[in-house]
Ligand binder design. Sequence first.
Ligand SMILES: [Zn+2]
Length: 307
Amino acid sequence: MALDGLKSRLQQARRILPQVERPNPLSVAKPVQPPPATRNVALRAHLGQDGFDAGNAAVVHGAPAPGPIGKTPPEPTPEEARRAAIDRAVETGEPQEFVNSDGETVTVQIEQTRWPFDGDTRVVRVDDEEFTVKFDTEGEVDKNAMLTQLVDSYSETPEEYRGELDEVVITSDTYETDTGQPAAASAGGNKMTFYNNGDFLTEEVFHHEMGHLAGRKAENSNDGFFDDWFGEPSPVPPGWDDAARSDGNFVGEYAEADHDVDGDYTEDFAEAYAHYMQAVDEGPEAVEAFQEQYPARYEILKDMVPA
Ligand SMILES: [Zn+2]
């Protein structure tokens, strides 16, 4: 994925954020309802009938008095819980429960490979599938943060395509796309590489790269015996080029720029897959909006990614 496109989308997202995050004045003004003295109506009725004395009633009610608010440890946010699960997985090597950002629970196990020539390589097992993560990084990097992001995005990937990822490399190297832009990441041959010490390892970039791997599987699934004889076609599902032409647009500037260079729809598909994954996360309205803008592409993606 090209950095320029990513940056411009991050800027767009920032422009949108102030509207999205502005607190609703109505909800702020809404008075907090005091809790009823006894929430359990059945219990109250029971106490009334049986004539428990005040002492017994107090025992029955006897939930411990809440301590000062400052002393109650705050519930971890879902992000904090995901990070804590990865910290434990790395520290213990034991399987841990991990609730991904879709709210689905997977089991994660992370072990260091024992071969010295592997460098810092981890074997990451998510339910029944596994992939390796190699850190060829320089300086201080937050490896567990990257592992958290990888496990989260991987576990969101449709099960049919998870097996397409065998290897992740995080490198201090840099790289250029076919359009001559600096690249955040690249993918092919069951491998995903994140450049710049993994600075751009985000959900969006992961799904874009996973789109390249999923697109290759979808492309291969349609192959007859001789289909790849004269060179592999671009890694997009059967019918994608026609779908893109029928929609009459591109899924972003980078997809268009890449098509201008090589005439294929490789980046268009990866971008569309990443957008669609995001729409599925956001809910039915976002999926409908995607369908409206890219009706022919939607027909292909809806079969690849269960909403
Ligand atoms: Zn790409």
